[in-house]
Structures are given as structure tokens and as C-alpha cells.
Design a protein around this ligand. Structure first.
Ligand SMILES: [Fe+2]
Length: 385
């Protein structure tokens, strides 16, 4: 047993149940895919759903059934799956061109893997299988969030409608000099490698918005010419703005009555209290600069979660910090979970309207490239220091 690996707090029966529920959720998306949706358009921020379905099953098999105690890897139930579905070695751009298993074949592969994983959990339950079952579960839940994002991006009707949270006008919460705890300790239960390890960071006095910025507040920036004024933008942000020719948030359009936002396949007027979603980090930074404020550091954001009035979980929130390893970081067995993305990606916290509950905890570190607009990501601001 690997003593450095976190210990799952779940029983075999609980893990089987959670894996089953996640697969049902994925199934709901599969059931409403449009007829031509299995491959869908090619884009850097999308995966073909047919590839992603096979990849989710492959990942579960890879870690729950094929990983050996000495770290080597056994063979797959289906030959050839590594060449199709290993995200670490199959380049993104060729995923549309591979001889992918057809949906019914993936269904069979998924069923065989699920049965074998349940058997392993029942008959040989130990910390290793518990860890890898939990890792596979969260991996699947993250891919389900990616399906939500793809459905939004492509204008598909989702399996159910989202409730958009109310975000009444934000007041500021003030904090004196203090410190924040970043990362997680060895007793935290399951953690991801990028949470290793817990350490304290000093946080000078600051104030922070009690809620994420609303759609209506963002519209004021757009109407004030925010996308035309270079002074509001960072150098990288202005580079993105000019190259993309963005003049307003993605999924927005203006009609005679004002701005409308597309939520999946439907256009609706902006709602004054809805949290702003689908902005990239450059847009978030520009709005903050327009207000004479900044994006929060992760340490500020974490410190603020101690206050009851601090409302989070309505949107992924862009942090000021880049996504970097904490001191003493060592990758876990799935080595490519965090390591390839350090320093190029921006960090987000909080979880959004389509994030599974189990991934909504303050310590969960999400990360996206700063130009991504398809995530359910918004932001809040802090006083400039
Ligand atoms: Fe994956």
C-alpha cells in the first residue's frame, strides 16, 4: 500500500453507488445528443463525444483494473484501447480521425469495466482500489462538466434546465491583516496532487466582493466601451481582445430591448441578479481594472470563505494567481492530472452551476487556459493593493 496516498472515506458500496450515479448522469447527456453529435465540430476546446465516452471508460479501467502494485500496467479488456483513449499520448487534434469504437461497442466495454470494478471493490477492498475508484469517479464528473460546457457552446438542449442563482447587489467584506491556509493535509481524505501540501500564506488587509459580479454589472462595462479601451486590459488580455475581435461576452447578442444571453439552445434577456458566466480571465481582469479593483488572490479568496456572508459556488471564479505547484508537490499515479498544466493555466475556485457537489469545496483547484470562455466561470474583485 502506498502510504503517501490519501485514504478514501468511502466504503465499497458507497463507491459503487456513486460510480453508478455518475454513469447515469453521463447517459442522460448521451441520450439527448443530436443525431450528428457523436463527433461534432472540431475545435481545440472540444472533444468528440464518442472519444470522450470511450476515454472515460478507458480511464476507469486503466486505474481501477490495470494498475499493478509495482506501478506497471496490465492489459485492457479490449485490445487497442490505449492507442485510442489515452489522453496523455493521443494528440487532441487527431481524436476525430481515429477508428473509435462505435457507441454500442463502448456500451459493452463500459458494462464489462463497471462489473469488474464492482467485483474488485467487493472482493478486494483496500486503500488502493478505493483511491483509484474515487479518482475515476471525479474524473468522470469533471468530464460530465465538460459535456455541459460543450452543450452550452454548441447550443444543444441539455438533459435538464439549470436554475440560475440570484446574486443580489454585492457589498464588500473587509478583512484585517491575517493569513490563509492553502493546500490540504494528509488527513483530509481524498485529495488531488495539486493540493499537496498544506501551508500558510500571509494576507495583508483587503476587502472583497461578497458575491461574484452579476451579468447586469458586466453589461455596464460593455456599454461603457470596455472592450474598446486598451487601458482596461493587461497586455496579454489586449492581445487576446484584438486577435479575437471580441466586442462583448461570448453567447451574448443585442436586440432592440437590450442584451440577451444564450443559455444552451435558448436566448433570454440578461437577469440583473444572475452571476456573470463564460468570461475568460482577460475579460474578468479588464472589468476589475475598470472598477479600480483586481481579481482576488487565492489566499484572499480562501480567507474570505471563513465569513458566512461570503457567497460562493455560483460560478467558477478566476483567481489572480497562475496555476502553480505548491512547495513539495509530487505528482500522484495519474501523473498528467496537474503537472502538464502548471504555469500556463489560470487558477479558479468555487465551482459553478454544473459542477458536481463533491468537487465544490474551497480547496479544490480548477484550472483553465486564460483565454477559455466556455467554462461556467465568472469572477469577483478585491481592493487594489
Ligand atoms: Fe480525462
Amino acid at each position: 500500500m502506498n502510504r503517501t496516498r490519501p485514504v478514501s472515506g468511502y466504503s465499497a458500496a458507497q463507491l459503487i453507488d456513486r460510480l453508478t450515479q455518475a454513469r447515469k448522469r453521463l447517459r442522460q447527456f448521451i441520450d439527448v445528443l443530436p443525431a450528428d453529435g457523436w463527433l461534432g465540430p472540431r475545435a481545440g476546446h472540444l472533444n468528440p463525444p464518442l472519444w470522450e465516452y470511450g476515454h472515460i471508460v478507458w480511464f476507469q479501467e486503466r486505474w481501477c483494473l490495470r494498475e499493478r502494485p509495482d506501478g506497471t500496467c496490465g492489459s485492457s479488456l479490449r485490445s487497442g484501447t490505449d492507442a485510442l483513449y489515452d489522453s496523455s499520448s493521443v494528440p487532441h487534434d487527431i481524436r476525430w480521425d481515429l477508428p473509435l469504437l462505435q457507441p454500442a461497442m463502448v456500451d459493452d466495454y463500459a458494462e464489462a469495466v463497471a462489473v469488474a470494478v464492482a467485483d474488485r471493490l467487493h472482493s478486494g477492498f483496500d486503500n488502493d482500489i478505493a483511491y483509484f475508484a474515487e479518482l475515476s469517479l471525479y474524473h468522470e464528473l469533471m468530464h460530465i462538466e465538460a459535456w455541459w460546457m460543450a452543450f452550452q457552446d454548441l447550443g444543444y438542449a441539455p438533459p435538464e434546465r439549470l436554475e440560475v442563482a440570484d446574486a443580489p447587489s454585492a457589498q464588500h467584506l473587509a478583512f484585517p491583516d491575517g493569513e490563509a491556509e492553502l493546500g490540504s493535509g494528509p488527513d483530509a481524505g481524498f485529495i488531488f496532487d495539486n493540493e499537496k501540501w498544506q501551508h500558510a500564506a500571509p494576507v495583508p488587509a483587503f476587502d472583497i466582493d461578497a458575491r461574484p459580479v452579476s451579468e447586469a454589472a458586466f453589461a455596464e462595462f460593455v456599454d461603457a466601451g470596455g472592450y474598446r479601451h486598451k487601458a482596461m486590459w493587461s497586455e496579454a488580455g489586449w492581445g487576446w481582445r484584438t486577435a479575437s475581435e471580441a466586442s462583448h461576452p461570448v453567447y451574448w447578442r443585442r436586440d432592440a430591448g437590450g442584451w440577451q444571453v444564450r443559455r444552451f439552445d435558448r436566448w433570454t434577456p440578461l437577469r440583473a441578479d444572475a452571476p456573470m458566466l463564460h468570461v475568460n480571465r482577460y475579460e474578468a481582469e479588464a472589468w476589475a481594472a475598470w472598477q479600480g479593483r483586481r481579481l482576488p488572490t487565492t489566499a484572499q479568496w480562501l480567507r474570505a470563505t471563513a465569513r458566512q456572508e461570503f457567497s460562493w459556488g455560483e460560478a467558477w471564479e478566476w483567481m489572480r494567481d497562475p496555476f502553480v505547484p505548491y512547495p513539495g508537490f509530487v505528482p500522484d499515479p495519474y501523473r498528467d492530472y496537474s503537472q502538464p498544466w502548471f504555469n500556463t493555466h489560470g487558477e479558479l475556485r468555487g465551482g459553478g452551476p454544473v459542477t458536481d457537489r463533491s468537487l465544490k469545496y474551497p480547496g479544490f483547484r480548477n484550472f483553465y487556459l486564460p483565454d477559455r470562455r466556455d467554462p461556467f466561470a465568472g469572477f469577483r474583485t478585491v481592493s487594489a493593493d
